[in-house]
Design a protein around this ligand. Structure first.
Ligand code: SF4
Length: 88
């Protein structure tokens, strides 16, 4: 580094950017959550799903605990009001 130059600030990672998000508290096992499903009902089309800022990173759910995969599913799945896929 050259003398007198300040180091560049580190860019926030997706996980840091999402660190302030409130995650749900319902255990995954109690709602039969699976991280991947071939069903047409998937987390990315659920009204509860909140995508990560980085599309390839797991999102979260204000109901179910922990990180949530966009191609996952649980028995609380509920369609988006307008049926539009990918609310992230
Ligand atoms: S399907 Fe379940 S885990 Fe996935 S976003 Fe909806 S409520 Fe959350």
């Amino acid at each position: 580094m050259l003398a007198g130059t300040a180091p560049a600030p580190a860019l926030a990672t997706a996980s840091e950017a999402d660190a302030t998000t409130t995650y749900g508290s319902v255990p995954k096992a109690s709602v039969s959550y699976v991280p991947r499903t071939a069903n047409t009902q998937q987390c990315e089309d659920c009204k509860f799903f909140i995508a990560a800022s980085l599309k390839t990173a797991p999102g979260h759910c204000p109901v179910v605990a922990g990180s949530i995969e966009r191609h996952g599913w649980c028995k609380l799945w509920s369609a988006l009001p307008n049926g539009t896929p990918d609310n992230g």
